[in-house]
Design a protein around this ligand. Structure first.
Ligand SMILES: Cc1cc2nc3c(=O)[nH]c(=O)nc-3n(C[C@H](O)[C@H](O)[C@H](O)COP(=O)(O)OP(=O)(O)OC[C@H]3O[C@@H](n4cnc5c(N)ncnc54)[C@H](O)[C@@H]3O)c2cc1C
Length: 433
């Protein structure tokens, strides 16, 4: 039986950052990854004539942990094209306005949410700082905007913008998660929008995570799905799908929350971790790339969450055509590679665009994720976050799902990997150091 100081389960950003930190501190580390590639929910792949991001894409200097990695590995960012117009849908009708007019339309609701975010979350890296969060944690973003004084179009559009941010229906999107995002952007929602979709890595997320992996002394085993983790007398045994068993003094588990229960733990995981995994995250949507004929001037499309696509934006020119990125809130209703369905959904904004082809990865159907970017439902912050961050014997947990600051982002994955590696190192070193 192979034996290591640490076994890390999962080779996404959380897992590979934790593995790098621990291996560079001199611990023996193995990373077990079910897929045949690293990156997890980030995946830079050749599609539709160029290199595209199937998962996580945009990063920002406002996100301290991922930005440190950008600096450390000499990566560069470039802006996504600035929109010249916004096409939006309200009351079942199409509208077109300038980006400034659109921002004015959503500003009353966004200003209020952003202002209140600083009251409820004065310290973004202490999301449970206020003891009275239960007063708002049961609310969805749809509940929140339904209660405040907005015109019907303002309400519909602002709620739709948040459904897009959650990659899930507004009715299951937790208000506190929206506030945590706003607070992390210091209560400035235009800055939040810039941080979430303004700047992408020139060489792709694949180059960044590749640099992290190359800077590590950990042993990486791809195509190695973990099926169980058992613990006895302070030592863990990790079993993989081919029946191999590996022992470790510490285990760092970085599974997405929705698949956490796919591993058998002995002793069993505490009830709160299992309940959070069974309840699932709010995110249940899709990301798709659409190649349309000819050059298209940059625009943004927003639609309410009863549309199959809720956001669209041109990102690249390729061979005289344009590549649009689009998101929807329900992958169950529209698969990201369904050419006909995506074409139909795009027509809600623009029927002048001719679709050549579409490409995307269905993260909801993917047995190693079953979610897109992790977003909490109403109530999940106060019920589960602290419990999800707790170790279980020698097993520590990391991943963007349970990050403290920019939860849901690559930044959150890096942050959680750093935290888990620090506490595993302290446990390995023992009380006397
Ligand atoms: C469509 C999409 C768009 C996004 N856009 C952005 C964005 O623009 N900006 C941003 O910052 N973030 C974005 N995100 C979110 C970001 O990509 C994730 O939050 C982050 O990559 C998660 O990293 P992680 O290490 O926590 O989890 P993961 O990347 O999911 O890593 C977990 C790893 O565990 C592996 N695994 C699962 N089960 C097993 C098992 N049984 N045994 C072994 N290994 C297993 C998985 O294969 C995976 O590699 C997006 C995500 C998606 C899906």
């Amino acid at each position: 039986m192979d034996s290591y100081d640490v076994v890390v389960i999962g080779a996404g950003f959380a897992g590979l950052v934790a593995a790098r930190e621990l291996s560079l501190r001199g611990h023996s580390v193995a990373v077990l990854e079910a897929r045949d590639r690293i990156g997890g929910r980030t995946w830079t792949d050749e599609r539709l004539g160029r290199r595209l991001e199937m998962g996580g894409t945009w990063v920002h200097w406002l996100q301290p942990h991922v930005w440190t990695e950008v600096t450390r590995y000499g990566q560069r960012v470039e802006p996504s094209p600035a929109s010249q117009a916004v096409h939006w849908i309200a009351g079942g009708t199409r509208h077109e306005s300038s980006p400034e007019e659109f921002d004015a339309l959503i500003s009353r609701g966004m200003d209020r949410l952003a202002r209140e975010s600083r009251e409820w979350f004065p310290l973004p890296y202490e999301p449970l700082h206020r003891a009275d969060l239960d007063q708002i944690d049961h609310l969805s973003v749809a509940d929140y905007f339904a209660k405040i004084d907005l015109d019907p179009a303002e309400r519909e559009v602002t709620t739709g913008v948040w459904a897009e941010h959650f990659n899930g229906p507004a009715a299951v999107s937790g208000l506190t998660q929206a506030m945590r995002w706003c607070s992390a952007a210091s209560g400035n929602w235009p800055l939040l929008h810039q941080a979430t979709s303004g700047y992408r890595l020139v060489e792709g997320t694949g180059a960044l995570i590749g640099a992290i992996a190359a800077d590590s002394n950990a042993e990486l085993r791809l195509g190695t799905a973990v099926t169980s983790v058992s613990q006895d007398s302070g030592r863990a045994t990790v079993t993989t799908a081919d029946g191999s068993r590996i022992t470790a003094r510490q285990v760092i588990c970085t599974l997405p929350l929705n698949v956490l229960s796919s591993i058998d733990f002995e002793p069993a995981l505490p009830a709160a971790k299992l309940a959070a995994s069974a309840e699932r995250t709010a995110s249940q949507g899709l990301k798709t790339w659409i190649r349309v004929r000819g050059e298209v001037a940059p625009f943004t499309g927003y639609a309410p969450d009863d549309h199959d696509l809720t956001f669209v934006h041109p990102e690249y020119a390729v061979e005289g055509d344009t590549l649009l990125v689009a998101f929807g809130t329900r992958a169950a209703d529209l698969a990201p590679d369904d050419v006909e369905g995506v074409t139909r959904a795009l027509r809600a904004w623009r029927d002048d665009l001719e679709v050549v082809d579409v490409a995307g990865h269905n993260w909801m159907a993917d047995e190693f994720s079953r979610e897109t970017w992790p977003m909490q439902r109403p109530g999940q912050l106060t019920k589960y976050l602290a419990a999800l961050q707790e170790p279980h014997g020698a097993v520590r947990f990391a991943g963007s799902d349970l990050a403290t600051g920019w939860a849901g982002f690559i930044d959150g994955a890096v942050e959680s990997g750093l935290r888990a590696s620090r506490s595993a190192h302290e446990a390995l070193r023992g009380p006397r150091g």
